[in-house]
Design a binder for this molecule. Structure first.
Ligand SMILES: *[C@@H]1O[C@H](CO)[C@@H](O)[C@H](O)[C@H]1NC(C)=O
Ligand SMILES: *[C@@H]1O[C@H](CO)[C@@H](O)[C@H](O)[C@H]1NC(C)=O
Ligand SMILES: *[C@@H]1O[C@H](CO)[C@@H](O)[C@H](O)[C@H]1NC(C)=O
Ligand SMILES: *[C@@H]1O[C@H](CO)[C@@H](O)[C@H](O)[C@H]1NC(C)=O
Length: 769
């Protein structure tokens, strides 16, 4: 037995203490989410092929056996959410021994009962380690500086423990780090200036510690940052305008510190952010009118500061804003007129000096959603608000009004004429542009079109929960829509800020209008309309692919839902055949040949049965006759495709061609079977994925193929292991040989995809005997 997989059941009991003797060939032990208890038996180290111990969310107790260190292939230890422990240096000895496991990639010990300090030997773990979690344990002491040796780390979770001392400078050496969570400890000292090389960081969580000093301007290097949480510390000084990253798309939380000064004008750069929390600081000054640059902001908390002045009228432009808390500041003046047109669901302006009449529409209709206490000069509103009536003030001003009225009336006549003239011309203009707009969407689908509102509702207002991906030209959401029948669909919203976005919409509509194939993503509908702001909005609605993209299967990260599953050889063969079939159809069987131009794993989507569908036709090209394009400007539109998959001749200005797609397909194929991405760091100085593969072909290909595919060899057991291995070897030889044929430098040397599908199918038949 090699794979023992019983995850997500309600199994009780413990592991047999002689597991090592009973299952010497065990490669993967996958038991997470059961009710298993007892110790992890020492004898497990006799399973010398063991690759993965995935036993999270059980009730295992005791120590982690030190003997695990003898397992040369061990890559995954995922035992979070158990009752495992370690107190003394001796108990922690297993970490010293794990230094021998040169393949270790994941060490997840979170949510257990580990105590004591983090052993220094952690710095001797493999540099293959990319995920390290010790969070939610009783570990104390400081973070050892040797953590800087683990240069393969992309994700560190040391949150919710008793850690103290400073953040070690050495973390700055972890240049591929994407996430670091040190929250809920008592870490002290200043935030060190460690960010110069951390350009891939996407989530920084340092909240609820005892950090002091300023927010370092150096943080500006984290140009991929999506969320930053520094709340509940003792930070002082201004909010540096350098941290207003355009990449911040989730949240910026600086609440509960001692920050002072004004809100930077650069806040308008937070174009993609959803939540900003600056509560309980000493911030002052007025809210900059540039605030409406935060176009998708949903929640803004500025409460318990010393802000003053009146609200800028630009507030009304923030059509996504749902929660606004301005309580306990010194804001004054009247609320901007636009406020009751906003989509606010919760408004707290309590304890300020707002004055004038409270609107009655929008959020102000709901007494529980609005808090206006402590503003003595506010009046009006709906009766339930129990504010003073505004009538008296109006009467006071009545006499002044009468004088003004005479002047006003005499000008009104002239003004009305002017208005009518303007309206007349404006209407004519509108009608005209409307017509133009319509004809430019001439390529419509036969299906029912959907409106912006339908999409807004189906995605819960484009909520983050429904976000499934982000690409160069848009964002993809999951949604439930009632097209012919209610169904889960994927909605791709084009980014029209990006000029190319609009163009790709048209290209994609055109490409998908007339083509239907089992291995192409099916478009269900489209939407071309205007959003609540009155700006153009375009979206495409596709079948939803529950198994996501091939990318997430080939290069799982700790955050994707299936970190420990690998694709089997037969699954990989099927995907390779599906994609080749789709290309063959595009190149040879449509009304005109279509070149996809952007074939890569993230554009290959897998449905519930793991059937591959090629998607994203935003860069597709139509060939009038084979190899001659409708558009004469491949060069002027820049190089089509994605680095790593673009054929060499496109870089030299050649036009898009079917041979170009064949090259990208070859790269994809090599990637599927070697597990190596063509953009891997090892491919520099003239080295590339095809060259690496070529240099090992055919003698040593078994060394470069993705070893994970042996863990799950297709579910087929012949009983004759050597015979079976031979079959696998033959199949891989055929596939990789053809992959290399696709990647030839000279386009005319590449093989035709049509012949290729046949070859792949016969290789698969051989594999299945
Ligand atoms: C780890 O390697 C060292 C040195 O080669 C050896 O002494 C030790 O026994 C090894 N540990 C395990 C658990 O095999
Ligand atoms: C870590 O490795 C270094 C060099 O191989 C060695 O000198 C040191 O003793 C090791 N530290 C621990 C705690 O195992
Ligand atoms: C408004 O803010 C104040 C102070 O921050 C708080 O006490 C109150 O509960 C808030 N009101 C609502 C309705 O949330
Ligand atoms: C009023 O606001 C409360 C709190 O925000 C919310 O739970 C409730 O659904 C709202 N009621 C209406 C009728 O919108």
């Amino acid at each position: 037995m090699e794979i023992f997989q019983l995850a997500y059941n309600n199994l009780q009991g413990s592991l047999p203490s002689d597991i090592g003797a009973s299952f010497p060939n065990l490669a993967a032990l996958v038991l997470f989410a059961n009710q298993l208890h007892g110790q992890i038996p020492d004898s497990i180290s006799n399973c010398s092929y063991l690759y993965s111990i995935a036993a999270a969310s059980n009730k295992f107790t005791g120590l982690i056996p030190s003997s695990l260190g003898s397992l040369q292939n061990l890559a995954v230890i995922a035992v979070s959410d158990n009752l495992l422990e370690a107190k003394t240096t001796r108990d922690w000895g297993f970490i010293d021994q794990l230094g021998n496991c040169t393949e270790l990639q994941v060490l997840d010990l979170g949510y257990n009962q580990f105590q004591g300090t983090i052993p220094i030997s952690i710095g001797n773990l493999s540099t293959s380690l990319y995920f390290l979690s010790l969070g939610n344990n009783g570990i104390s002491g400081s973070i050892p500086a040797v953590i800087g040796n683990l240069v393969g780390l992309t994700r560190i979770q040391l949150d919710s423990m008793l850690l103290s001392g400073p953040i070690p400078q050495e973390i700055g050496k972890l240049w591929i780090l994407e996430l670091i969570d040190l929250s809920n400890n008592t870490i002290s000292g200043e935030i060190p200036p460690i960010f110069t090389n951390l350009t891939r960081m996407s989530r920084l969580s340092l909240q609820n510690n005892e950090l002091q000093g300023n927010i370092p301007e150096q943080m500006s290097h984290m140009q991929s940052l999506e969320s930053m949480n520094l709340s509940d510390n003792k930070l002082v000084g201004n909010i540096p305008n350098e941290i207003m990253f355009q990449s911040l798309s989730i949240a910026l939380d600086l609440s509960n510190n001692y920050l002072s000064g004004a809100l930077p004008l650069e806040i308008s750069k937070l174009k993609n952010i959803q939540t900003v929390i600056l509560s309980n600081n000493n911030l002052s000054g007025e809210i900059p009118s540039t605030i409406d640059g935060c176009e998708v902001l949903q929640a803004l908390y500025l409460d318990r500061n010393m802000f003053d002045g009146s609200l800028p009228s630009s507030f009304g432009n923030m059509r996504s804003l749902q929660v606004l808390d301005l309580s306990h500041n010194s804001f004054s003046g009247e609320l901007p007129d636009s406020i009751d047109y906003m989509k606010l669901q919760h408004l707290n302006i309590s304890y300020n000096n707002f004055e004038g009449e409270l609107p009655k529409g929008g959020v102000f209709q709901n007494i529980t959603a609005v808090d206006v206490r402590g503003n003595p000069d506010l009046c009006g509103g709906i009766p339930q608000m129990k504010l003073q009536r505004c009538v008296t003030r109006i009467q006071e001003h009545k006499r002044n009004y009468q004088r003004i009225i005479i002047i006003v009336f005499s000008t009104i006549g002239a003004f009305a004429c002017l208005c009518m003239a303007i309206c007349f011309f404006a209407c004519r203009y509108c009608r005209r542009t409307h017509k133009n707009a319509k004809s430019s969407y001439g390529m419509q689908f036969e299906h029912k079109r959907v409106s912006y509102n339908d999409i807004f509702k189906a995605t819960d207002g484009f909520s983050l929960d429904n976000l499934v991906g982000r690409g160069a030209f848009g964002t993809v959401y999951k949604a439930t829509m009632n097209l012919e029948t209610p169904a889960i669909v994927a909605v791709k919203v084009l980014d029209l800020q990006n000029q190319a976005g609009s163009k790709t919409f048209l290209t994609e509509c055109k490409a998908l209008r007339n083509i239907r194939h089992r291995n192409l993503v099916k478009v269900l509908s489209s939407c071309s309309s205007i959003d609540h702001n009155g700006t153009d909005f375009k979206a495409l609605i596709f079948e939803f692919m529950p198994n996501g993209s091939l990318e997430t299967w080939l290069h799982p990260t700790a955050c994707t839902a299936r970190p420990f599953e690998a694709l089997s050889l037969t699954q990989r063969m099927d995907i390779a055949i599906d994609v080749a079939t789709a290309l063959d159809y595009l190149h040879h069987h449509g009304t005109v040949p279509i070149v996809h131009c952007d074939l890569k794993p993230s554009n290959v989507l897998l449905d519930s049965e793991m059937i591959a569908h090629v998607g994203d036709f935003g860069l597709a090209k139509f060939l009038v006759q084979r190899d001659i394009m409708i558009s004469h400007s491949a060069i002027s539109t820049g190089i089509r495709g994605t680095i790593g998959y673009i054929p060499p001749e496109y870089g030299m200005g050649a036009q898009a061609s079917v041979q170009g797609d064949v090259y990208s397909y070859g790269i994809l194929l090599l990637e599927i079977f070697t597990g190596m991405s063509p953009t891997d760091e090892q491919f520099v100085d003239g080295m590339s994925l095809p060259k690496l593969v070529e240099s090992s072909f055919p003698e040593s290909i078994m060394e470069i193929v993705d070893h994970k595919l042996f863990l799950t060899n297709g579910g087929k057991q012949t009983g004759d292991y050597t015979h079976e291995l031979d079959g696998i070897h033959q199949c891989l030889l055929t596939v990789i040989h053809h992959g290399l044929m696709c990647c030839k430098e000279v386009p005319s040397d590449r093989i035709d995809i049509q012949d290729f599908v046949k070859e792949l199918n016969s290789a698969k038949e051989k594999l299945l005997g």
